[in-house]
Design a protein around this ligand. Structure first.
Ligand code: ZN
Length: 384
């Protein structure tokens, strides 16, 4: 979870403002600590016990906090513990793809409660948004939670979203450039927001994982994607909603034409679509052949990994950080493939980086819808 840092001087705040800030700090601390006693809260946040008690009562009355177990006694009274109620609110994440849509209801701790999919081919028409909205509404109505418990719907899509979240500013893949958030909201009853799918996937992989601080998340999907994570948060660009346009870095100016209009982008060498097009066969068959040492397919695969290593090396020359690999292709790759890719990255680098390794995605193709829901949870926790 990425916390908003709250800097304040208590003598400049009104009692109401101070109370709200302390409540936020208490909730966020409890959220991270999972289970905590009043005394621990008071000690950790340097608050008085009455302040802690008052805030806990406020949260318990609203169903946001519940009693946990008691700590084993060390002689005195056993200490009652408290924890956040993960089912106090639920967020809905949706992934819109060309060939269909995926949906998940996620609790406040990021656990998927219910999932679904819809084989509705994307088209940028009012009729499509109406059908999608009806399906999302039906899914929400089928959840065992009243509407006031639902934080909203966040739609992850293959496109860049403006900083204010209102406009899709580039989506050649879904032919949606210029489409407004209102097109989706029109037929969705709950509040709806939009997010770039790669950014959502990165959020799912890095959220609430203290070991991931600075990282590049690369998705090997039909289309390539990449996002920069700084201090545990997806880096937001100035003009684009995130810095997730790594796929359009140029690997070779004479390379194949990319859908963005340029030539030789990483997309044209490292996306699953580019691999399938080079192999001229479907990927399950291709990887069967690679893993049974078919000479032609093995050569194509080594060429692909070399290009991916080149892309990773280029990125490393700007930011030396963890690399997380995710996406559809990962399902076909075994540990030897990952080892080979790491070896190529080390060989590609001008410096000795013998310790270079890759982290692998934890959530696979669920990452975009999970991350979309998590974006709503993160906002809720930071604004509580
Ligand atoms: Zn491009």
């Amino acid at each position: 979870m990425a916390h908003t840092t709250i800097g304040y001087t208590s003598d400049k705040l009104t009692p109401t403002e101070l109370k709200k800030i302390n409540r936020t700090r208490i909730y966020q601390y409890m959220y991270s600590a999972k289970q905590v006693s009043k005394q621990e809260l008071a000690n950790a946040l340097e608050l008085s016990l009455p302040t802690v008690t008052q805030s806990l009562t406020h949260f318990i009355d609203r169903g946001l906090v519940e009693k946990g177990g008691v700590y084993a006694s060390t002689g005195g009274r056993k200490a009652q513990t408290y924890r956040c109620n993960s089912l106090a609110h639920v967020a809905i994440g949706v992934e819109v793809l060309k060939e269909g849509a995926e949906i998940a209801a996620v609790d406040l701790c990021g656990a998927i409660l219910k999932e679904g999919s819809f084989s509705l081919s994307f088209e940028n028409t009012d009729r499509y948004y109406q059908q999608l909205g009806a399906w999302i509404d039906q899914f929400a109505a089928g959840l065992p939670y009243p509407p006031q418990k639902l934080l909203g719907v966040c739609v992850a899509l293959q496109g860049l979203v403006s900083a204010d979240g209102e406009t899709i500013i580039f989506s050649e893949l879904l032919k949606s450039t210029g489409v407004k958030r209102s097109a989706y909201q029109k037929y969705i009853s709950l509040p709806c927001s939009l997010i770039h799918d790669t950014e959502a996937a990165a959020l799912a992989e890095t959220w609430h994982k203290p070991d991931i601080i600075n990282a590049i998340y690369l998705t090997l999907n039909r289309n390539f994607g990449g996002t920069l994570i700084i201090n545990g948060q997806v880096h937001k660009g100035r003009e684009l909603s995130s810095s997730a346009t790594i796929e359009h870095m140029c690997l070779s100016p004479d390379g194949p034409l990319c859908y963005c209009g340029k030539r030789g982008c990483i997309e044209t060498f490292c996306s699953a679509d580019s691999l399938r097009s080079t192999a001229q066969m479907e990927l399950p068959e291709f990887f069967d052949r690679v893993h049974t040492s078919d000479p032609r397919c093995s050569k194509i695969w080594r060429g692909y990994l070399h290009n991916l290593a080149l892309a990773i090396d280029n990125i490393r020359m700007v930011v030396d950080c963890d690399f997380i690999l995710g996406g559809f292709l990962l399902h076909f790759m075994n540990s030897s493939d990952i080892d080979l890719l790491c070896r190529y990255v080390r060989e590609q680098c001008a410096f000795d980086t013998s310790s270079f390794t890759l982290k692998l995605s934890q959530y696979g193709n669920k990452s975009p819808k999970l991350g979309a829901a998590i974006s709503l949870i993160d906002r809720f926790i930071n604004q509580i």
